[in-house]
Write a protein that binds this ligand. Structure first.
Ligand SMILES: [Zn+2]
Length: 438
């Protein structure tokens, strides 16, 4: 099916940051087939783009979708209390159906804020993939691997878990043209170094990326040095961990030498400024990473450390924090920030044909209400980019297409019943809390 959007402001997020003030965009099946001044060919569906802005859908480079069930259950505590006392006791009591309910709720929230792709690290991978398919999003599902006494009882050893994931990736990769897969070793503090090395070997052998939390807190950096007598990133490099595609979430405490290692390998970074701020973890050195051409995307992280999945907030906060930490307004200008939410974000999670309105790219398109108060005034084409980054918000979202399918219209999700999903998630969250008390 061919869908033509006519006469919209087109923010392409291509290499030249091109903006068309009145352009046509054609989606043919799951791909973008035309972007330019005027399309003359045939089409099946016509969308009037007058007063609208189209841009690539946002990429949420790091989240844990079922964690909407734990929203506000672990506020104002540090990471180890968050994990050991609040989150893990609940997660080990969760069922697949409950994880699905939380994941659907996340999907609704992401779609309504213009996210079209997300990188998900969690358990119950089959339920996660099902949720992504049902809600209509593109997802990279990276099943979590941990070795702690509680988790090993449930998931088996990391070796068994890794083989389960090899099988999962083979069965789910490419489903509906929207499911991508990978491996999710949780962190260097929940897995031994030899496990991380072996998981990376298996991921390379199967051709899938590795998605991991790295250097989220200062304590993590210091503990690794105390335990191993060397720097974490250097140890991982020596173990060939970075020889295949890696997504490193956070990297708040990466220093110049770590960033150099990232740059020399294909390590993408998922920058989660709100989660890092809420946990008091710090501000990741994003400007340094970008200066070294490291691909950096934006992530919400899970809803328990954010506490919403509205990527507009990351899009605004990332440049603000880069400026305040440098005491300089110049780092991370709007045109660079918007790329982190789109094309560069897709590259950070190793998707090459996502995140830009260019012919041949996946038809993941966000349509905003351009004639609104926060998008006014317009002085020149770049004003649109400035407003999206510094003044925009989810209230501007009108329509969303994922893989060429219309999934949001008039700001409402078309794929699932939002109220029924909300009730299911509420029920699931309460059921898990009761199980914890009994
Ligand atoms: Zn995370």
């Amino acid at each position: 099916m061919k869908t033509l959007i006519r006469g919209a402001v087109v923010v392409t997020c291509d290499e030249d940051h091109a903006v068309l003030l009145s352009g046509d965009l054609l989606m043919d099946g799951d791909r973008i087939a035309y972007v330019g001044d005027h399309y003359d060919g045939a089409y099946d569906v016509f969308v009037d783009g007058t007063g609208r802005l189209v841009m690539p859908g946002f990429v949420n480079a790091h989240t844990h979708s079922p964690m909407t069930l734990f929203r506000s259950l672990a506020d104002d505590v540090d990471l180890q209390i968050f994990l050991n006392e609040r989150v893990w006791p609940r997660e080990v009591r969760l069922s697949g159906e409950e994880a699905y309910a939380g994941s659907i709720l996340s999907g609704i929230e992401m779609l309504k804020s213009g996210v079209t792709t997300y990188a998900d690290m969690y358990f119950f991978e089959e339920d996660l993939a099902r949720a992504a398919i049902d809600v209509g999003l593109r997802a990279i599902i990276t099943p979590a691997i941990l070795e702690t006494p509680q988790w090993t009882e449930i998931l088996g050893s990391w070796e068994t878990r890794t083989q389960t994931i090899v099988d999962f990736c083979r069965r789910w990769q490419g489903r509906e043209g929207r499911i991508h897969t990978g491996f999710g070793p949780h962190a260097p503090y929940t897995l031994p170094l030899e496990a991380l090395a072996e998981i990376a070997v298996e991921a390379r052998r199967s051709g899938f990326p590795v998605h991991i939390h790295l250097l989220e807190t200062k304590q993590e950096r210091e503990n690794f040095i105390a335990d191993h007598g060397r720097q974490l990133i250097m140890a991982l490099e020596d173990a060939d961990f970075f020889d295949g595609p890696v997504v490193a979430a956070h990297s708040v405490w990466a220093d110049g030498s770590d960033i150099e290692t990232y740059a020399q390998h294909s390590v993408g970074v998922a920058h989660c400024p709100q989660s890092n701020a809420k946990l008091g973890a710090g501000i990741a050195p994003i400007a340094l990473m970008l200066a070294r051409q490291v691909q950096v995307g934006l992530g919400t992280d899970g809803a328990a450390t954010n506490n919403n999945l509205d990527l507009w907030e990351e899009l605004r906060l990332a440049p603000l924090l880069a400026k305040v930490s440098a005491l300089d307004p110049k780092p991370l200008p709007a045109r660079q920030a918007i790329m982190m939410a789109t094309r560069m974000g897709a590259r950070a999670i190793h998707l090459r044909d996502v995140g830009s309105l260019q012919v041949g790219f996946k038809a993941d398109v966000l349509m905003l209400r351009a004639e609104s108060s926060t998008m006014t005034p317009i002085f020149e084409a770049s004003s649109y980019i400035d407003h999206v980054v510094y003044a925009g918000g989810r209230e501007l979202v009108d329509r969303v297409w994922v893989n060429g399918n219309l999934v949001v219209q008039g700001g409402e999700v078309l794929t699932v019943d939002e109220e029924a999903a909300r009730v299911s998630a509420q029920r699931a969250a309460i059921a898990v809390s009761h199980r914890l008390e009994s």
